[in-house]
Write a protein of this length. Structure first.
Lengths: 251, 120
Protein backbone atom coordinates (compact mmCIF):
# COMPACT_ATOMS: atom_id res chain seq x y z
CA UNK A 1 0.00 0.00 0.00
CA UNK A 2 1.27 3.46 -0.94
CA UNK A 3 1.03 6.37 1.47
CA UNK A 4 1.52 9.83 -0.01
CA UNK A 5 2.48 12.70 2.30
CA UNK A 6 1.95 16.14 0.75
CA UNK A 7 3.87 19.02 2.30
CA UNK A 8 1.64 21.99 3.17
CA UNK A 9 3.05 24.25 0.42
CA UNK A 10 2.10 21.65 -2.19
CA UNK A 11 -1.54 22.54 -1.62
CA UNK A 12 -1.02 26.14 -2.73
CA UNK A 13 -3.07 27.04 -5.81
CA UNK A 14 0.01 27.48 -8.03
CA UNK A 15 0.75 23.77 -7.59
CA UNK A 16 -2.76 22.47 -8.33
CA UNK A 17 -2.09 21.74 -12.03
CA UNK A 18 1.20 20.00 -11.23
CA UNK A 19 -0.39 17.85 -8.55
CA UNK A 20 -3.34 16.95 -10.78
CA UNK A 21 -0.94 15.86 -13.50
CA UNK A 22 1.12 13.76 -11.07
CA UNK A 23 -1.97 12.13 -9.61
CA UNK A 24 -3.22 11.23 -13.09
CA UNK A 25 0.10 9.63 -14.02
CA UNK A 26 0.27 7.70 -10.73
CA UNK A 27 -3.28 6.44 -11.18
CA UNK A 28 -2.51 5.37 -14.76
CA UNK A 29 0.43 3.36 -13.43
CA UNK A 30 -1.66 1.78 -10.68
CA UNK A 31 0.34 3.56 -7.99
CA UNK A 32 -2.51 5.39 -6.30
CA UNK A 33 -2.75 5.24 -2.53
CA UNK A 34 -3.81 7.11 0.55
CA UNK A 35 -3.02 10.83 0.57
CA UNK A 36 -2.27 12.91 3.67
CA UNK A 37 -1.82 16.65 3.50
CA UNK A 38 0.42 18.31 6.10
CA UNK A 39 -1.16 21.15 7.99
CA UNK A 40 -4.17 19.08 8.85
CA UNK A 41 -2.46 16.05 10.38
CA UNK A 42 -0.85 16.33 13.81
CA UNK A 43 2.58 14.82 13.26
CA UNK A 44 4.30 12.81 10.56
CA UNK A 45 5.73 10.31 13.03
CA UNK A 46 2.39 9.42 14.65
CA UNK A 47 0.69 9.29 11.25
CA UNK A 48 3.33 6.99 9.77
CA UNK A 49 3.39 4.88 12.93
CA UNK A 50 -0.31 4.16 12.49
CA UNK A 51 -0.01 3.48 8.76
CA UNK A 52 3.03 1.22 9.09
CA UNK A 53 1.20 -0.79 11.75
CA UNK A 54 -1.69 -1.12 9.30
CA UNK A 55 0.72 -2.49 6.69
CA UNK A 56 1.98 0.50 4.68
CA UNK A 57 5.01 -0.69 2.70
CA UNK A 58 5.87 2.44 0.73
CA UNK A 59 5.89 6.06 1.90
CA UNK A 60 6.10 8.72 -0.80
CA UNK A 61 6.94 12.29 0.17
CA UNK A 62 5.57 15.02 -2.10
CA UNK A 63 7.43 18.23 -1.36
CA UNK A 64 11.06 19.14 -0.75
CA UNK A 65 14.11 18.32 1.40
CA UNK A 66 12.46 19.52 4.59
CA UNK A 67 9.63 17.00 4.26
CA UNK A 68 11.88 14.20 3.02
CA UNK A 69 14.21 14.58 6.03
CA UNK A 70 11.21 14.46 8.37
CA UNK A 71 9.92 11.30 6.70
CA UNK A 72 13.33 9.60 6.84
CA UNK A 73 13.75 10.39 10.55
CA UNK A 74 10.19 9.31 11.34
CA UNK A 75 10.49 6.03 9.46
CA UNK A 76 13.77 5.15 11.16
CA UNK A 77 12.44 6.01 14.62
CA UNK A 78 9.34 3.91 14.05
CA UNK A 79 11.35 1.01 12.68
CA UNK A 80 13.41 0.85 15.90
CA UNK A 81 10.46 -0.98 17.45
CA UNK A 82 9.44 -2.84 14.30
CA UNK A 83 11.01 -5.39 12.02
CA UNK A 84 9.45 -3.69 8.99
CA UNK A 85 11.28 -0.75 7.44
CA UNK A 86 9.07 0.79 4.75
CA UNK A 87 10.50 1.94 1.46
CA UNK A 88 10.68 5.69 0.91
CA UNK A 89 10.12 7.50 -2.37
CA UNK A 90 10.12 11.16 -3.36
CA UNK A 91 8.18 13.41 -5.68
CA UNK A 92 10.06 16.72 -5.64
CA UNK A 93 8.05 19.93 -5.97
CA UNK A 94 9.51 23.44 -6.09
CA UNK A 95 12.93 24.46 -4.74
CA UNK A 96 15.30 22.87 -2.21
CA UNK A 97 15.26 19.39 -3.62
CA UNK A 98 18.86 18.25 -3.24
CA UNK A 99 17.81 14.90 -1.74
CA UNK A 100 15.58 13.91 -4.66
CA UNK A 101 18.09 15.25 -7.17
CA UNK A 102 20.86 13.20 -5.56
CA UNK A 103 18.84 10.04 -6.17
CA UNK A 104 18.19 11.05 -9.80
CA UNK A 105 14.56 12.05 -9.24
CA UNK A 106 12.87 15.12 -10.68
CA UNK A 107 9.30 16.20 -11.17
CA UNK A 108 9.03 14.78 -14.68
CA UNK A 109 10.46 11.31 -13.96
CA UNK A 110 9.22 10.80 -10.38
CA UNK A 111 6.19 8.68 -11.34
CA UNK A 112 8.33 6.46 -13.61
CA UNK A 113 10.95 6.09 -10.84
CA UNK A 114 8.29 4.99 -8.35
CA UNK A 115 6.83 2.59 -10.91
CA UNK A 116 10.23 1.05 -11.76
CA UNK A 117 10.85 0.65 -8.02
CA UNK A 118 14.63 0.37 -7.98
CA UNK A 119 15.23 0.18 -4.24
CA UNK A 120 18.65 0.69 -2.65
CA UNK A 121 19.71 0.71 0.97
CA UNK A 122 21.70 3.64 2.29
CA UNK A 123 23.54 3.88 5.61
CA UNK A 124 22.58 6.54 8.09
CA UNK A 125 24.61 8.59 10.49
CA UNK A 126 23.56 8.98 14.09
CA UNK A 127 23.76 12.03 16.37
CA UNK A 128 22.89 11.02 19.92
CA UNK A 129 19.49 9.35 19.32
CA UNK A 130 18.76 11.08 16.02
CA UNK A 131 19.55 9.92 12.50
CA UNK A 132 20.75 11.77 9.43
CA UNK A 133 21.00 10.90 5.78
CA UNK A 134 23.19 13.66 4.39
CA UNK A 135 25.15 15.81 6.81
CA UNK A 136 25.48 17.48 10.18
CA UNK A 137 26.84 21.00 10.44
CA UNK A 138 28.72 21.59 13.69
CA UNK A 139 29.13 25.09 15.10
CA UNK A 140 32.77 26.11 15.36
CA UNK A 141 32.99 28.71 18.12
CA UNK A 142 35.97 27.49 20.18
CA UNK A 143 34.90 23.94 19.37
CA UNK A 144 37.01 20.95 20.31
CA UNK A 145 36.14 17.74 18.46
CA UNK A 146 37.32 14.43 19.88
CA UNK A 147 37.92 11.89 17.09
CA UNK A 148 37.84 8.12 17.66
CA UNK A 149 38.82 8.73 21.31
CA UNK A 150 42.39 9.16 20.03
CA UNK A 151 42.97 12.78 19.14
CA UNK A 152 41.35 16.19 19.27
CA UNK A 153 40.91 18.97 16.74
CA UNK A 154 40.41 22.61 17.70
CA UNK A 155 38.14 24.73 15.54
CA UNK A 156 37.44 28.43 15.45
CA UNK A 157 34.87 30.71 13.86
CA UNK A 158 36.88 30.87 10.63
CA UNK A 159 36.05 27.20 10.07
CA UNK A 160 32.87 25.51 9.02
CA UNK A 161 32.57 21.86 10.00
CA UNK A 162 30.34 19.24 8.39
CA UNK A 163 29.98 15.54 9.08
CA UNK A 164 29.04 13.97 5.77
CA UNK A 165 27.21 10.68 5.30
CA UNK A 166 25.98 11.14 1.73
CA UNK A 167 27.27 14.16 -0.22
CA UNK A 168 23.75 15.13 -1.25
CA UNK A 169 24.39 18.83 -1.69
CA UNK A 170 25.90 19.57 -5.13
CA UNK A 171 28.45 21.66 -3.22
CA UNK A 172 29.78 18.46 -1.64
CA UNK A 173 30.03 16.33 -4.75
CA UNK A 174 33.82 16.64 -4.94
CA UNK A 175 34.24 14.97 -1.60
CA UNK A 176 35.32 11.36 -1.96
CA UNK A 177 32.64 8.90 -0.99
CA UNK A 178 32.71 5.54 0.62
CA UNK A 179 29.66 4.32 2.44
CA UNK A 180 31.66 2.65 5.18
CA UNK A 181 32.84 5.69 7.06
CA UNK A 182 31.54 9.12 7.90
CA UNK A 183 33.72 12.03 6.90
CA UNK A 184 34.47 15.22 8.78
CA UNK A 185 34.92 18.09 6.34
CA UNK A 186 36.34 21.30 7.79
CA UNK A 187 36.22 24.29 5.56
CA UNK A 188 38.74 27.07 5.92
CA UNK A 189 36.80 30.18 4.94
CA UNK A 190 39.72 31.70 3.11
CA UNK A 191 39.37 29.05 0.37
CA UNK A 192 36.66 28.25 -2.18
CA UNK A 193 33.45 26.73 -0.92
CA UNK A 194 33.68 22.99 -1.57
CA UNK A 195 35.26 23.94 -4.88
CA UNK A 196 37.78 21.14 -4.74
CA UNK A 197 39.63 19.04 -2.22
CA UNK A 198 41.75 22.05 -1.39
CA UNK A 199 44.69 21.46 0.88
CA UNK A 200 43.59 24.35 3.05
CA UNK A 201 40.39 22.47 3.88
CA UNK A 202 40.40 19.30 5.95
CA UNK A 203 38.90 15.88 5.37
CA UNK A 204 39.01 13.10 7.95
CA UNK A 205 37.29 9.70 7.98
CA UNK A 206 36.20 8.55 11.41
CA UNK A 207 34.17 6.07 13.42
CA UNK A 208 33.07 8.38 16.24
CA UNK A 209 33.38 12.03 17.05
CA UNK A 210 32.36 13.71 20.28
CA UNK A 211 31.77 17.31 21.21
CA UNK A 212 31.68 17.65 24.99
CA UNK A 213 31.42 21.40 25.35
CA UNK A 214 27.86 22.52 26.08
CA UNK A 215 27.98 25.68 23.95
CA UNK A 216 27.83 24.05 20.53
CA UNK A 217 25.05 23.08 18.16
CA UNK A 218 24.58 20.53 15.42
CA UNK A 219 22.31 21.26 12.44
CA UNK A 220 20.91 17.92 11.30
CA UNK A 221 20.30 17.49 7.55
CA UNK A 222 19.76 21.24 7.30
CA UNK A 223 16.54 20.62 9.15
CA UNK A 224 16.74 20.97 12.95
CA UNK A 225 19.28 21.73 15.69
CA UNK A 226 20.63 19.73 18.61
CA UNK A 227 22.63 21.20 21.47
CA UNK A 228 25.94 19.72 22.57
CA UNK A 229 27.22 17.52 24.10
CA UNK A 230 26.76 15.13 21.22
CA UNK A 231 28.29 12.03 19.74
CA UNK A 232 28.21 11.29 16.01
CA UNK A 233 28.79 7.86 14.53
CA UNK A 234 27.74 5.61 11.68
CA UNK A 235 24.47 3.88 12.47
CA UNK A 236 23.94 0.20 11.81
CA UNK A 237 20.52 1.16 10.47
CA UNK A 238 19.90 1.60 6.78
CA UNK A 239 17.09 3.24 4.90
CA UNK A 240 15.51 1.87 1.73
CA UNK A 241 14.96 4.48 -0.95
CA UNK A 242 13.48 4.27 -4.44
CA UNK A 243 16.06 5.79 -6.78
CA UNK A 244 16.25 6.49 -10.50
CA UNK A 245 17.33 3.64 -12.78
CA UNK A 246 20.27 5.60 -14.12
CA UNK A 247 21.52 6.82 -10.72
CA UNK A 248 25.01 5.39 -10.22
CA UNK A 249 25.55 3.95 -6.77
CA UNK A 250 28.81 2.62 -5.34
CA UNK A 251 28.00 -0.93 -4.25
CA UNK B 1 57.91 9.12 -12.53
CA UNK B 2 57.95 8.92 -8.76
CA UNK B 3 57.44 12.69 -8.48
CA UNK B 4 54.32 12.41 -10.64
CA UNK B 5 53.03 9.67 -8.38
CA UNK B 6 53.64 11.88 -5.34
CA UNK B 7 51.69 14.80 -6.76
CA UNK B 8 48.80 12.47 -7.60
CA UNK B 9 48.90 11.06 -4.09
CA UNK B 10 48.71 14.54 -2.60
CA UNK B 11 45.77 15.43 -4.85
CA UNK B 12 43.88 12.26 -4.04
CA UNK B 13 44.70 12.03 -0.33
CA UNK B 14 41.95 10.49 1.77
CA UNK B 15 42.87 12.44 4.88
CA UNK B 16 43.73 16.13 4.88
CA UNK B 17 44.59 18.30 7.87
CA UNK B 18 44.25 21.84 6.53
CA UNK B 19 46.25 24.95 7.33
CA UNK B 20 44.03 26.26 10.10
CA UNK B 21 43.72 22.98 11.99
CA UNK B 22 45.54 21.96 15.15
CA UNK B 23 45.57 18.26 16.08
CA UNK B 24 46.46 17.03 19.55
CA UNK B 25 46.83 13.34 20.36
CA UNK B 26 47.50 10.10 18.53
CA UNK B 27 46.57 10.78 14.94
CA UNK B 28 46.00 7.73 12.74
CA UNK B 29 45.46 8.53 9.07
CA UNK B 30 43.15 6.68 6.70
CA UNK B 31 44.85 6.09 3.33
CA UNK B 32 47.24 8.75 2.03
CA UNK B 33 47.54 11.72 4.38
CA UNK B 34 48.28 15.41 3.80
CA UNK B 35 49.11 17.63 6.78
CA UNK B 36 49.25 21.39 6.27
CA UNK B 37 48.32 22.32 9.83
CA UNK B 38 49.95 21.50 13.17
CA UNK B 39 50.09 18.26 15.14
CA UNK B 40 51.19 17.55 18.71
CA UNK B 41 51.35 13.87 19.65
CA UNK B 42 52.00 11.02 17.24
CA UNK B 43 51.20 10.45 13.55
CA UNK B 44 50.70 7.03 12.00
CA UNK B 45 49.73 5.86 8.53
CA UNK B 46 50.76 2.81 6.57
CA UNK B 47 50.41 4.86 3.39
CA UNK B 48 51.90 8.06 2.03
CA UNK B 49 52.27 11.11 4.27
CA UNK B 50 52.89 14.66 3.06
CA UNK B 51 53.98 17.35 5.52
CA UNK B 52 53.33 20.76 3.92
CA UNK B 53 55.76 23.68 4.06
CA UNK B 54 53.70 25.64 6.60
CA UNK B 55 53.03 22.76 8.92
CA UNK B 56 54.56 22.47 12.38
CA UNK B 57 54.73 19.00 13.81
CA UNK B 58 55.79 18.01 17.31
CA UNK B 59 55.32 14.27 17.05
CA UNK B 60 56.91 10.93 16.39
CA UNK B 61 55.92 9.80 12.90
CA UNK B 62 55.43 6.39 11.31
CA UNK B 63 54.46 6.13 7.64
CA UNK B 64 54.88 4.07 4.48
CA UNK B 65 56.36 6.88 2.36
CA UNK B 66 56.83 10.53 3.29
CA UNK B 67 57.48 13.88 1.67
CA UNK B 68 58.53 16.56 4.14
CA UNK B 69 58.42 20.28 3.40
CA UNK B 70 57.55 21.56 6.89
CA UNK B 71 59.01 21.58 10.39
CA UNK B 72 59.10 18.40 12.44
CA UNK B 73 60.31 17.87 15.99
CA UNK B 74 60.28 14.14 16.63
CA UNK B 75 61.58 10.85 15.31
CA UNK B 76 60.51 9.67 11.86
CA UNK B 77 60.23 6.00 10.93
CA UNK B 78 59.49 5.29 7.26
CA UNK B 79 59.00 1.88 5.70
CA UNK B 80 59.99 2.77 2.17
CA UNK B 81 60.93 6.21 0.82
CA UNK B 82 61.52 9.61 2.43
CA UNK B 83 61.74 12.79 0.37
CA UNK B 84 63.06 15.82 2.25
CA UNK B 85 62.61 19.11 0.40
CA UNK B 86 64.59 22.33 0.77
CA UNK B 87 62.09 23.96 3.14
CA UNK B 88 62.11 21.06 5.62
CA UNK B 89 63.42 21.47 9.16
CA UNK B 90 63.74 18.21 11.06
CA UNK B 91 64.77 17.99 14.71
CA UNK B 92 64.94 14.25 15.26
CA UNK B 93 66.15 10.98 13.82
CA UNK B 94 65.04 9.51 10.50
CA UNK B 95 64.85 5.80 9.78
CA UNK B 96 64.02 4.77 6.21
CA UNK B 97 64.93 2.44 3.33
CA UNK B 98 65.45 5.15 0.70
CA UNK B 99 65.92 8.89 1.03
CA UNK B 100 66.44 12.02 -1.03
CA UNK B 101 67.46 15.30 0.61
CA UNK B 102 67.20 18.54 -1.31
CA UNK B 103 69.83 21.25 -0.87
CA UNK B 104 68.70 23.63 1.86
CA UNK B 105 66.94 21.09 4.03
CA UNK B 106 67.92 21.16 7.70
CA UNK B 107 68.23 17.89 9.59
CA UNK B 108 69.33 17.97 13.23
CA UNK B 109 69.53 14.26 13.99
CA UNK B 110 70.68 10.91 12.70
CA UNK B 111 69.60 9.27 9.45
CA UNK B 112 69.38 5.48 9.58
CA UNK B 113 69.10 3.47 6.39
CA UNK B 114 67.36 0.12 6.90
CA UNK B 115 67.98 0.54 10.59
CA UNK B 116 71.74 1.14 10.13
CA UNK B 117 73.17 4.59 10.77
CA UNK B 118 74.14 6.08 7.38
CA UNK B 119 74.80 9.72 8.27
CA UNK B 120 75.61 11.11 11.68
Amino acid sequence: MYIYIYDSFVNESKNHKIIASIETRLTDLGLNGKIYRLGVIKSITSLLDEEIKKGAKTIIGVGNDFLFSQIINSVIKISEDSSIVPIIGFIPIGKNNDIANYFGINLSNAHAVISARRVKSFPLGKVNNNYFLSNVKISTKKTIIDINDRYQISLNEKNEAFVINLPISPKMENIGLDYEKLKLFIKNNSSGYFSNKSQTDSLISFQTIKVFDSNNTALIDNNYYLKSPFEISQSSKKINIIIAKDKKIIE
Amino acid sequence: MFKKELSEKIKEAKTIIGHSIHVKGDFVGDGDVVIEGSVNGTIKTSNFLYIGDQSKIVADIEAGDIKISGEITGNIKINSYAEITKTAIINGNISTSEISIEKGAKINGNVHMNGKPAIE
